[in-house]
Design a protein around this ligand. Structure first.
Ligand code: RTP
Ligand code: MG
Length: 140
């Protein structure tokens, strides 16, 4: 199996409710190592740039406002098949459709305020990691 890295974000609905530790425990229990992590407050401009791929979607404005509404925790997770494994631990985008035991099933408030983000492919993972972290911040 390939060791991969993926970009994860603990979103404002979760940081507001002090869920960072509980969410990190889910990642670590699944074998995902947190190799970089920082708590930051995104500006509207930064949120807009990060989610540029969704700019034509009807929820884009609401999504950017939400992501800039309170601090987020951005992190790099590493492990075997980390991209797919992280998305499995996160659960479906809409918590109503998420499997029991997943982060979104247990913690998400709605399809928008759904507690976590995870990269969806190797190319986006590399881009998203570089968006938030410099090489110096990434230890093995
Ligand atoms: P993410 O990118 O955050 O990991 O989530 P995802 O792949 O499961 O979902 P995606 O389709 O990429 O959508 C990105 C984020 O936009 C918000 N969203 N709101 N109101 C809505 O119908 C709606 N749909 C999506 C969610 O916060 C979703 O995670
Ligand atoms: Mg996505």
């Amino acid at each position: 199996m390939a060791t991969e890295r993926t970009l994860s974000i603990i979103k404002p609905d979760a940081t507001n409710r002090n869920l960072t530790g509980k969410i990190n425990a889910k990642f670590e229990d699944a074998g995902l190592r947190i190799v970089a992590q920082k708590r930051i407050k995104l500006s509207m401009e930064q949120a807009g740039k990060f989610y540029e791929v969704h700019k034509e979607r009807p929820f884009y404005g609401e999504l950017c406002e939400f992501m800039a509404s309170a601090p987020v925790v951005v992190q790099v997770l590493e492990g075997d098949n980390a991209i797919a494994k992280n998305r499995e631990v996160m659960g479906a985008t809409n918590p109503a459709n998420a499997e029991p035991g997943t982060i979104r099933k247990e913690f998400a408030l709605s399809v928008g305020e759904n507690s976590v983000h995870g990269s969806d492919a190797p190319e986006t993972a590399a881009q998203e990691i570089a968006f938030f972290f410099s090489g110096l911040e990434l230890v093995g």
